[in-house]
Design a protein around this ligand. Structure first.
Ligand SMILES: *Cc1c(COP(=O)(O)O)cnc(C)c1O
Ligand SMILES: [Zn+2]
Length: 399
């Protein structure tokens, strides 16, 4: 069953609907979590379908690229420096290089269940990269709308290469979403942005996995970058379902990080207000979170409040520093938006919000290769040498 998160109105699973007809608010899919013993998941392959009892689609028809089951890396060097127990969940290891694959696997499976023939999305990049691949896998037609000139090179390459019809508009992500939503409401295509609650059903498996990664325990805190705020809402839903199922007792403080000039949710949390006021011209180098009017802000605000969590902002410089720090200290290469979680972690430790000894899971959302231009711009040019080994030896002795 699909339910409005504000007025509680209920809708059938086979209705194609994105917002409540009664009050206009956003929807969620209700899942029955009773009587699923924890051992159900033993000896299953490590992908999101391991948790198929919690996924409200027809698993027989699954559209899957073996997404999920991503690395969970204990990061002792950074952890020690900050005085915490740190784990990093590496979502860049998904099939197209971001956590979006979890949502698209379930979302395109739903599209197949519904019998639609075309899917579409607006995107800052990763949503389109993922949808283009999953639509190909499912044999569905696919249309994506991107903000012109603001999509990282790797993501654009993926969306184009997997065969989506790619449109570029003169506007930002929020404008692109408005345009594609109109087409979806006309019935032209099935919308797979995160306003579609089935996307979040796939993404909630991050919450499942991190609990299982910790031996069926909750961390003290989960930190992640927040753009449209679907992922923080999804992870919280997953955590709550696992708690309701009786798999663990505690829950983590959900902690969202936004880029300074794209921070409507962090601004609301910091000012103690429940009202999320959209940012007109959002801007940041972390293009995946360059979003001014988060679609899932009500869900995200609830997740933060119910979990006694928080939100913080970080500057582009802090993001770039954290990106390189993670790459060079722990060997984990992530795109700028993902590094916001590490930058936010650092800031929250420094300002005393995070206690010494806390067990923290940072979600790093996308792969470093998504945005090769940012990576290359941050580095020195390769050193030109002759083929004489002496040339290289001389340089090696100086490093
Ligand atoms: C989509 C995305 C985000 C933001 O997730 P939301 O669900 O929109 O809050 C963060 N990082 C990366 C790499 C993404 O692709
Ligand atoms: Zn409603």
């Amino acid at each position: 069953m699909i339910r409005c998160i504000s007025c509680g109105e209920e809708y059938d699973d086979d209705e194609i609907i994105y917002t409540c007809k009664k009050c206009g608010s956003i929807l969620e899919v209700e899942v029955d979590v009773e009587n699923i013993p924890r051992k159900t998941f033993d000896c299953r392959r490590d992908n999101i379908w391991k948790y198929k009892e919690f996924l409200p689609v027809n698993a027989e028809n699954r559209v899957s690229l073996d997404e999920g089951g991503t690395p969970f890396c204990k990061c002792d060097k950074i952890g020690k420096e900050l005085g915490i127990d740190l784990y990093v969940k590496v979502e860049g290891s998904n099939p197209t290089g971001s956590f979006k694959d979890r949502g698209m696997s379930v979302g395109t499976t739903k599209a197949v269940d519904l019998g639609v023939d075309m899917v579409g999305c607006a995107s800052t990049g990763n949503t389109s990269a993922s949808l283009s691949a999953y639509a190909a896998r499912a044999g569905l037609k696919c249309a994506v709308v991107l903000p012109s000139g603001k999509v990282a090179l790797g993501k654009l390459a993926q969306a184009m290469f997997h065969g989506a019809k790619v449109f570029s508009i003169d506007g930002n992500f929020d404008d692109a979403l408005e345009t594609i939503t109109e087409l979806a409401l006309e019935g032209e295509l099935y919308l797979l942005n995160s306003i579609n609650p089935y996307r979040l059903e796939g993404q909630k498996t991050i919450g499942f996995e991190l609990v299982q990664d910790l031996g069926w325990e909750s961390p003290d805190r989960v930190i992640l970058p927040v753009g449209n705020a679907g992922n923080i809402s999804a992870i919280w839903k997953g955590i709550c379902e696992f708690k309701e199922a009786g798999y663990m007792k505690d829950v983590p403080r959900m902690t969202g990080i936004q880029a300074e000039n794209s921070a409507p949710i962090a601004n609301a949390v910091k000012s103690g207000s429940d009202e999320v006021i959209p940012v007109e011209n959002p801007d940041t180098i972390a293009t995946a979170i360059r979003i001014g009017a988060p679609v899932s802000s009500i869900k995200a605000m609830r997740a933060i409040k119910e979990s006694d969590g928080t939100a913080e902002t970080v500057s582009d410089d802090e993001i770039l520093d954290a990106q390189m720090y993670l790459a060079r200290t722990e060997g984990i290469g992530v795109e700028p938006a993902s590094a916001a979680s590490i930058a936010g972690l650092k800031k929250l430790v420094e300002n005393g919000e995070i206690d010494q000894g806390e067990r923290v899971v940072c979600i790093v959302t996308g792969h470093v290769l998504k945005d090769p231009n940012v990576a290359i711009d941050a580095c020195e040019e390769p050193t030109s040498v002759s083929s004489d080994p002496a040339d290289i030896r001389n340089v090696l002795r100086t490093i």
